[in-house]
Design a protein around this ligand. Structure first.
Ligand code: ADP
Length: 611
């Protein structure tokens, strides 16, 4: 990746100098080139020698990618995304559930009666009524349009299902039962490419630069080559939450010491720190959600869809102890009260068939299976008679349509079809509900509740939408609804403050392909080449053999990817590369980071093979 990035940046800098910038250094953080007000930015400015864009989006997760796409659709011509990880996607890649939306065309087609008001009430109730009511109204009122927008750029959210905390079927998912996150990330990536929006990977934003009046002038970033500043008029902070930053978690919730996290390693709260450093206010920082059903060892998250589609929870005595469809905080608290603070999620063949996410858990070796309930009980060390009784009682409740013990409303299946399955789970840190204070235009507010000119934020970096507890399906709704609003607001801000300008930073994907990777069959020098890429857990090394100008063989010589998940990426990606003779192929759903790491390793290996 380093080599590739060097090429990208060389290209970027070449473009900058071609566009007439001088190499004179201007320390933006000392306020030399104010872009803050209409009057100031209307004045011709000294070229700074820095890179420049109209809007810098920090973070290429769901919110950032949505914002960049929407801003560009609205007319922005010079948007750049900086992303500190080697790939786009952030935590959004791990979103398995779906997107909550009310009054949608899909609900109507399926005869589901829902309303924005009911969605509002469920979200407020789930959030213990501390949510910001204006933000929640904005979320629900724009949710149906969010589904339409995802459709309009090629995403599929056509299946509507039940999810914890929702009064009616409201969560929208891909029709092939696949996880929503990878589908969205793939859709967004394609759109970014189509719209020529550059994404600078391995580029960490370190500081939002302001002039002496507090007006935004740029973003200081660090990449493999060092530090540089991207001058800009507006910044969209879409850096996600801080669930992977234990120090920060402990600062706000010392009780969570020792908890695991479901978050990707980039979720470290950088965007909160950068924005508060220039006066942004925060809200609800102590509201940190733990997800109830997480594997205690690997921290793999078992989507609520498993319970939504029928699974129940039992404790180590083999007894149910909670309405499984209660909100995350209630179910988490109930699990923590059980002996040894863990539970087993139990389901049958019909549930397994209903959700492809389960296959990922099976291939990761996390699912215990047996032909009978008795056999399953023995494998998980639970009293067989008690578990059999629990399952029989539940089947009777399901048949009668009434859960006498725990009041579970939706019991889609009796759980009587062999085989039977169990996964162990305990709660882990999942979502940080608190964050930057924004208004309904996604403007970041200061302590006096006034917008900081030019600073916008969307997604998990913000606070107030989810209150004290986020409902499953509302994070994806949040990133699309507020990502779009942030994009629209930032574009409008740019228009009002000097207008859109010609892009000077080129989309690196193109730069890389043109310069480094011939994609035509038979265009490589014969030989064996080695290359390295970054996967989910670290480096992936490959050895690529080229014969008669074609890639004929790829051996993975080193990798530390997650067993059970990685294999499908290796099989899918490597065979696709050999088949297409291209190094950009579809990622394997559920193994996005491993897939991207493999492609990157092959690409790097082939740099030496260019004729
Ligand atoms: P959301 O769901 O709000 O979009 P995600 O976690 O999906 O949040 O995405 C946030 C993205 O921001 C991640 O890809 C993360 O790596 C990236 N990010 C976090 N901090 C920085 C930073 N300082 N510079 C660049 N990118 C960052």
């Amino acid at each position: 990746m380093k080599k590739k990035l060097a090429l990208i940046l060389a290209g970027v800098l070449a473009v900058s100098s071609l566009s007439g910038c001088t190499s004179k250094e201007t320390p933006k953080d000392e306020g030399a080139t104010p872009n803050a007000t209409a009057t100031e930015s209307a004045q011709p400015e000294e070229p700074s020698g820095n890179m420049s864009a109209d809007i810098v989006v920090i973070g290429a997760g769901g919110a950032g990618m949505t914002a960049a796409i929407q801003a560009t659709q609205d007319g922005a011509t010079n948007v750049v995304i900086v992303e500190k990880m080697p790939q786009t996607g952030g935590n959004t890649t791990y979103a398995t559930g779906g997107l909550n939306a009310s009054e949608t065309k899909y609900q109507k087609a399926q005869g589901i009666e829902d309303s924005n008001e009911l969605f509002y009430e469920d979200t407020m109730k789930g959030g213990k009524n501390i949510n910001d009511p204006d933000l929640v109204h904005t979320l629900v009122d724009n949710s149906s349009a969010a589904v339409d927008w995802v459709n309009s750029i090629g995403g599929d959210l056509s299946v509507v299902a039940m999810f914890a905390g929702a009064s009616v079927e409201r969560i929208h998912r891909p029709s092939d039962t696949s996880a929503v996150g990878p589908m969205l990330v793939k859709t967004f990536n394609k759109q970014l490419e189509k719209l020529d929006i550059p994404v600078l990977l391995n580029t960490t934003a370190e500081q939002i630069v302001v002039d002496k009046d507090g007006g935004i002038t740029g973003v200081k970033v660090k990449d493999a080559e060092g530090e540089k500043t991207i001058d800009c008029k507006a910044v969209i902070d879409a850096t996600g939450g801080f669930g992977a930053n234990m120090e920060m978690v402990m600062q706000y919730q010392p009780d969570l010491e020792g908890f695991g996290t479901t978050n990707q390693s980039g979720a470290t709260g950088d965007g909160i720190k950068m924005a508060t450093a220039i006066g942004a206010a925060t809200v609800d920082m102590e509201q940190i959600q733990i997800h109830p059903t997480v594997d205690p060892v690997t921290h793999t998250l078992y989507t609520e869809g498993v319970r939504g589609n029928g699974a129940i929870l039992v404790n180590s005595d083999g007894k149910r102890f909670v309405n499984e469809l209660e909100t995350r905080d209630v179910v988490s608290a109930a699990i923590l009260e059980q002996p040894n603070a863990y539970a087993y999620m139990i389901f049958d063949e019909d549930v397994r068939k209903s959700l492809s996410a389960i296959e990922k858990y099976v291939s990761a070796g996390l699912v215990i299976e047996a032909d009978t309930i008795k056999g399953l009980a023995e494998k998980i060390d639970v009293d067989a008679k008690t578990l059999e009784k629990t399952m029989k009682t539940y089947a009777a409740y399901q048949k009668a349509g009434s859960d006498k013990e725990f009041g579970r409303a939706d019991m889609p299946l009796p759980l009587t079809k062999k085989k039977f399955y169990a996964v162990k789970c305990s709660p882990a840190i999942h979502h940080t509900m608190g964050g930057l204070k924004i208004n309904t235009s996604a403007e970041v507010l200061n302590e006096e509740k006034n917008p900081i000119p030019g600073l916008f934020a969307a997604g998990e970096v913000t606070g107030g939408v989810h209150g004290a507890n986020r409902l499953g399906g509302n994070a994806v709704a949040d990133i699309v609804v507020f990502g779009r609003i942030a994009g629209t607001s930032a574009e409008k801000y740019v228009k009002d403050h000097g207008g859109n300008t010609e892009p000077t930073i080129k989309a690196p994907q193109k730069e890389t392909e043109e310069q480094a990777t011939p994609e035509v069959q038979g265009n490589y020098k014969d030989g064996t080449y080695t290359g390295t890429g970054t996967g989910n857990n670290g480096e992936i090394k490959v050895e690529v053999t080229v014969a008669d100008g074609n890639i004929t063989k790829i051996d993975v010589t080193e990798q530390q990817e997650t067993e059970g998940i990685y294999e499908s990426a290796e099989a899918g990606v490597l065979s696709a590369i050999i088949k297409t003779q291209k190094t950009e192929v579809d990622t394997v759903s559920g193994a996005t980071h491993s897939s991207q790491g493999l492609m990157e390793a092959v690409r790097n290996a082939l740099q030496e093979a260019v004729k």
